[in-house]
Ligand binder design. Structure first.
Ligand code: C2E
Ligand code: CA
Ligand code: CA
Ligand code: CA
Length: 279
């Protein structure tokens, strides 16, 4: 009995150890990933479905570690959020996108706006001030084409502060998009007070819009809401032509999703921007 107790104990601690050990390994690699330059970006096109032109891109962080391989954002973004490394990552993405816009401009490539995700953590005033300075220090090419995405969930945290911080951001000349819209619970009166340009309909509603009446109604309601507020609306996660047709019929012009293009590396995006449209 004593032996059994001992081995059971060992079994449990080993199991716990392996989970926390894996996390620790991931975290250790993540901390070093900056200096080792293991991050890179993919860009996913946003298409005007009436003209088929590319009107924007979303920059999405990718992490390639020599030992771990390509780690999915689904695992390293939450870890980066928990550890606070997300602030450094978001700033790295922002700086990289600015440099990329300047490089495209220098190469004579027609610029479109590029969306960068800012995590909720990033949204505390102290953190954001430095980021705003970072944006202000860039040239007009970058500033005029930046689009900052903040999730709807994050708007709920401190209404007064959010209104003032978004105002400060908008004064730098950047576009502001509310991401994953429909999943939070923003009130209408709050939305009318917020400075922003674009609502992005969360992918979950788009993917269910074909077989679920409620999701379809949420989609049409968000499109109508955006238009009545004079905002642009973007549908993300569009995978099928049925979804596209539904969105078109309901007046949503801007589409992001695998149907048109997956997120792509810079060299592919450069070609697409030269063409101006998805072939
Ligand atoms: P998100 O901001 O909602 O980004 C859209 C995600 O949906 C991306 O996943 C994109 O690849 C995926 N997607 C686009 N179209 C489709 C489609 O048609 N079907 C399906 N199934 N998926 C589609 P990804 O790149 O894996 O990123 C996941 C999340 O990680 C992002 O969700 C965002 O919240 C976060 N993330 C990625 N990069 C960054 C970053 O630089 N900073 C921060 N703070 N978060 C980031
Ligand atoms: Ca996003
Ligand atoms: Ca989103
Ligand atoms: Ca999302």
């Amino acid at each position: 009995a004593k032996d059994l107790g001992c081995s059971t104990f060992q079994f449990y601690t080993q199991e716990m150890n392996s989970v926390s050990l894996q996390r620790l390994i991931l975290e250790t690699h993540l901390r070093k990933a900056f200096e080792k330059e293991e991050f890179f970006l993919h860009y996913q096109p946003q298409i005007d479905c009436v003209t088929n032109r590319i009107i924007g891109l979303e920059a999405l962080a990718r992490w390639n570690n020599p030992e771990l391989g390509l780690v999915s954002p689904g695992s390293f973004i939450p870890l980066a959020e928990e550890t606070g490394l997300i602030i450094a990552l978001d700033r790295w993405v922002l700086a990289t996108v600015c440099k990329q816009l300047e490089a495209w401009q220098a190469a004579g490539i027609p610029l479109v706006r590029v969306a960068v995700n800012l995590s909720a953590r990033h949204f505390l005033k102290a953190n954001l001030n430095k980021t705003i300075q970072q944006i202000r220090s860039r040239g007009a090419a970058a500033r005029d084409h930046l689009d900052l995405e903040i999730t709807e969930g994050m708007l709920m945290e401190n209404a007064e502060e959010v209104v003032s911080v978004l105002g400060m951001l908008q004064e730098t000349g950047v576009n502001i998009s509310i991401d994953d819209f429909g999943t939070g619970y923003s009130s209408l009166s709050y939305l009318t007070r917020l400075p922003f340009h674009t609502l992005k309909i969360d992918r979950s509603f788009i993917s269910q819009s074909g077989d679920n009446v409620e999701s379809a109604s949420v989609v049409t309601a968000i499109i109508a809401l955006a238009h009545s507020l004079g905002k642009e609306v973007v549908a993300e996660g569009v995978e099928t032509s049925t979804q596209l047709q539904f969105l078109k019929e309901n007046g949503c012009r801007v589409i992001q999703g695998y149907l048109f293009s997956r997120p792509l590396p810079e060299d592919k995006i450069r070609e697409l921007l030269r063409e101006g449209r998805i072939p």
